[in-house]
Write a protein that binds this ligand. Sequence first.
Ligand code: PRP
Length: 221
Amino acid sequence: MTSSDMEYLTIALPKGKLFSISAQLLAKIGYTAENLHEKSRKLVITNEEKKIKFIITKTADVPTYVEYGAADIGIIGKDVLMEEEKDVYELLDLKFGKCHLMMAVPKDAKRAKLTDYMHTRVATKFPKTAEHFFNSKGMQMEFIKLNGSIELGPIVGLSESIVDIVETGTTLKENNLEEIAYIADATARLIANRVSFKMKFNRINQMVEDLRQILESGEAK
Ligand code: PRP
C-alpha cells in the first residue's frame, strides 16, 4: 500500500438500485462528496477534505474491487456477495435492499413438484448459488447465465424456470410467473478488503460503529 493509498479511504458503490440509498446512508455519517449522485457519469469522486474516494462500479464487480484492494470498502447485496464468492470481510448488514432469491416457473406450465424440473434449464444471473441450491435438493440442472431481464427466459422458451431475486413481486406477476421455491434472503452489506481492514482499522471501525448507530436509531429510513 502506497502512502497515498493509506491517506484515502476508497469506497466502491454499485450503480443501480442500491446506489441512491447507499449514498444517502453514507451521507448521514459524513461520508459524502460533491457530484455523488445517480446522474453523474464520473467514476471516481473524491472528497479531498475528508480523504474519501468513491468509485462507482457495475454492481456485480463491487466484491472484485474490494477483494483486490482497489477499494477498501464496498456496499453490495448479499445475493451478489454469495454468487461472487470473493475473499472479503462482511462487516455489517445494512438492512436495506431487502429481497429474496427464489425459483419461479410459468404459472400455466407448473409441474406437480420441484423434482419434476430435474435436468431442465434454469435461466439466472446467479448460476453458482442456484447450483448449490439444486445440489442440496439432489437435483442436476442446466444453467443458462443471463445478465438481466431473467424473467424473459421461460416466456420465450429459453428455459423452463428462473432463479432470480424478488423484491416487490411485480416482475413475476406481470410476466405470469410463480415462485415455487425459496432459496435465501438478501440485504445490502458493508464489505472490506482484508488488508485494508487491518491497515486502516481505526477509520473503518469508526465507520462501522457510526453506521451501526444510525441503523439502530432508525434514522437510516
Ligand atoms: C431485478 C430482478 C427482477 C426484479 C425483481 O431486476 O432481476 O427482475 O428486479 O423486482 P420486483 O420483484 O420488485 O419486480 P433489475 O431491476 O435489477 O434489472 P435486471 O433485470 O436488468 O437485472
